[in-house]
Design a protein around this ligand. Structure first.
Ligand code: AMP
Ligand code: MG
Length: 493
């Protein structure tokens, strides 16, 4: 098969040395088969399904390490549900190395579910088909929504049995990101008092991922400030689209501000700030409305771990960290309020816009209004008639509650001479029609468990263009069916 010669591995993380990882050999997935290949990600490397021969299948399922790869499991620590765990590390993700895409960007390629590593603790190193499909679809859905995220190249599967709450089958996800370094990658060295390693990790990031900061007076502080900013903006995007991550532990927080480690995530159906997508999160630590505050809390953990890099004077280092952290609220609020204004089709910025937004969200919560459908439907709002014919009212249990708000909204639109048609176009370009609701993923999973993988490919295609009207998929934009309420997602994956 004339596979592109581009599949040449570089191993930049590997050159950091074995204090940063453990070398591992992937555990072959028995009799693997291709479940889904993501054409968009494959195309980045000049690959398509015709290149997917037995050898490529072996590489992607951990049966054979590709030439030039140096498989390793990354070391990290992390605060899990508020408690520090001194050593975690990739318990089932194996980094093969980096591949360059056709534009010359390097991507770390990881096999998730390719067997045990020294960090597996009590785990089996495997990923079940179910969780692999969820991560595959959601990471690509987030990408389609324009939200920074790890990507996914393909899923390979096997009939090998894996034991969770019930017997399931194993699969391997090929995940890709420019870097998989996490907040916890710094924490592990700080708490071990290994400041040289802290510095080397920062230097690695500055050399390859934050090259624009290398000439700053204090490159490590600048790096941290950038992580503050990108994390704030990432979480604002989550809030705007109604995404709940579910396990915002510091080991799941990307240093590049990517959405990382999809587990029991969920998108809001009816607007509910108290939404907890992870059934194992009994306290609601990671409830939807708490995500912005948790983002800051996690950044505080990162700041602590990076203190030795900011200054030799501990007091000065704390002050610098504090200053950088103080940028979080402003960055979040700006991204969130600009985003909310855009969702509502407002072009101008007014002091009291937050009043209009808060009033709307309160009414949506009281009326169990579907978050995604509402904003999409609102695009057709006619300012002159105060939204009297707007289908958005139909999303409310009590239409009066909508119309009361609609009067203020119409007035606000008129103040900036908003034109209905222009606004509708702009609103449709940022309020998605299609999101990965749990039940949609569940349908794909149930079919896949019967060896029908077509629904995965269908969803992948649909969700790559979430803002487009796709009339043949109209049903995928409907309210979730009643049985969707019963879907339970937990950390078990
Ligand atoms: P997560 O909540 O999926 O981000 O995982 C937290 C930690 O548990 C990470 O260090 C994972 O690598 C590890 N882990 C999760 N599931 C498994 C598994 N099945 N086998 C080994 N390690 C696992
Ligand atoms: Mg994780």
């Amino acid at each position: 098969m004339n596979r592109p010669a581009l599949l040449h591995f570089e191993n930049r993380f590997y050159t950091l040395g074995e204090q940063f990882f453990s070398r591992v050999t992937p555990e072959p997935l028995p009799d693997p088969y291709l479940i889904s290949l993501n054409p968009a990600a494959a195309g980045m490397f000049g690959l398509d399904e015709t290149h997917f021969d037995a050898e490529l299948l072996d590489w992607m399922s951990g049966c054979q390490a590709p030439p030039g790869a140096e498989p390793l499991a990354m070391l990290y620590a992390g605060h899990q549900f508020g408690h520090f765990v001194p050593q975690l590390g990739d318990g089932r993700a194996i980094l093969l190395g980096e591949l360059q895409d056709r534009q010359g960007n390097a991507w770390e390629m990881q096999l998730k579910g390719a067997g045990m590593t020294p960090y597996s603790r009590s785990g089996d190193g495997r990923a079940v088909l179910r969780s692999t499909i969820r991560e595959y679809l959601c990471s690509e859905a987030m990408h389609g929504l324009g939200i920074p995220t790890t990507r996914a190249l393909c899923i390979t599967g096997s009939d090998e049995e894996v034991y969770r709450e019930q017997i399931e089958t194993a699969a391997v996800l090929v995940r890709m990101a420019p870097s998989h370094v996490r907040f916890g990658s710094f924490e592990v060295f700080y708490y071990r008092n290994q400041h040289d390693q802290l510095r080397r990790l920062a230097d690695h990031l500055l050399a390859h991922h934050f090259t624009h900061l290398r000439d700053e007076d204090r490159p490590c502080l600048a790096l941290f400030a950038e992580v503050v900013d990108s994390t704030a903006r990432l979480i604002a995007q989550w809030q705007l689209v109604g995404f709940s991550h579910g396990v915002m532990n510091t080991d799941n927080m990307s240093i590049l501000g990517l959405t990382l480690d999809y587990g029991p995530f969920g998108f809001l159906d009816a607007y509910d700030p108290d939404f907890i997508c992870n059934h194992s999160d009994h306290e609601g630590r990671y409830a939807f409305s708490r995500q912005p505050a948790i983002g800051r809390w996690n950044l505080t953990c990162l700041a602590q771990a990076m203190l030795p890099l900011f200054s030799d004077d501990p007091d000065a280092a704390v002050e610098m960290a504090q200053d950088a952290l103080d940028g979080y609220e402003a960055a979040f609020m700006q991204a969130y309020s600009d985003g909310m204004r855009a969702k509502l089709g407002l072009m101008e910025k007014r002091e009291d816009d937050h009043v209009l937004v808060t009033d709307l969200l309160q009414r949506m919560q009281a009326n169990q209004v579907d978050y995604t459908r509402f904003f999409r439907t609102l695009a057709c709002f006619k300012a002159d008639e105060n939204g009297k014919s707007s289908a958005a009212a139909d999303e409310f249990v009590d239409r009066q509650a909508f119309w009361q708000w609609a009067g203020d909204y119409a007035q606000r639109l008129k103040q900036e001479n908003s034109r209905d048609e222009e606004r509708a176009m702009a609103m449709r370009a940022i309020n998605p029609k299609y999101i990965l609701r749990n039940y949609l993923a569940q349908n794909a999973i149930e079919k896949a468990e019967q060896k029908d993988f077509s629904e995965i490919d269908q969803l992948l295609k649909l969700l790559s263009k979430p803002f487009d009207e796709q009339p043949q998929y109209e049903a995928y934009a409907a309210l979730p069916p009643d049985w969707a309420q019963g879907i339970s997602v937990s950390c078990s994956s």
